[in-house]
Structure formats: structure tokens, C-alpha cells
Design a protein around this ligand. Sequence first.
Ligand code: FES
Length: 168
Amino acid sequence: MNEDTTDEKRRGFLVKLSLGLAGLAAAVAGVPVLAALFAPLIEKTPQVWRNVGLLDDFQIGTTKLVTFENANAEAWAGVTTHTAAWLRRDADHKFTAFSANCTHLGCPVRWEAGAQLFMCPCHGGVYYKDGSVAAGPPPKSLVQYPVRIQKNQVQVQTSPVPITNISA
Ligand code: FES
């Protein structure tokens, strides 16, 4: 066997070994990236009922800010585990809960009882009493949360913070 043939075999083996190791490294690095990319499509959105107050805490016809823990609260998130909603008692056992986040870029909106409007301080977004857009850049109505009454407790069904139009 001559020396050239041995070198070519060794070179061929090293090329295959390098390609194999590179492929293995790419697979090891790629799996977490692919998992992170596709996880939101596969994971179910957590939705949790949170207590926001007793029935008697709310007067019929008024809109009040309530705070509660996020549906997907992480132990390390600190104060960011809490979110808020504007809760209106429409009738004895009828409530409407609006997300406190503007549908434009997510700033917190405030309820102006005198004007019967929700106002966003960031870019002048204005919403009517029913949450529909009255003026400004918001692309759609305020998000509403389901509300129920359980044993005299008013509960809001939470889901991850509905910031909907971050590309605008
Ligand atoms: S974030 Fe509310 S108008 Fe822009």
C-alpha cells in the first residue's frame, strides 16, 4: 500500500468525521432554537379565574380598577406578575371587564367617569364606555375578560397580557 492512498483515506475519514461532528453540533444547538420558535404554537394559553373582590365591593353603574395575578405568572417575575382590568358592574349579576392595556402599544388606559371614556396617555387613544375605539391610533376595541360570580366572589378569567399590535 503506498503512502498517498493512506493519506487520502485518512483525509477522507477526517472530512467525514468533521462533517459528522458539525452536523451533531448543529442539531444540538438547533433543537432548543426550534423548540423556542414553535412552543407558542403548541402550548395551550393558560386561562385562570382570579378573585377580584366581593359582589358588594362594586356599585351598579360604576367602573373600578381591579388588580390580580397574571395567568402565567412566573416565580421570578416580581411585581410584573400583577395586571389590572377595569371592571364595570352593569346590573345586579352582570359585569364587564376590560383589559387595562391599550390595543395600540399596550399602555395602561384610565377610566374617566365624568366623560364616560377610557383614555390612553401615550398617543391619545380614546375608547367609548363599551370599549370600542372613539379616536386615536388604537386599531381595535379594548380586550374584554370573561367575568363570573362564585359564592359572592367576583372572578375575572385571565390570560396572558393581550398586547396585540406591537408592530404598529
Ligand atoms: S399605546 Fe395607547 S394610543 Fe398608543
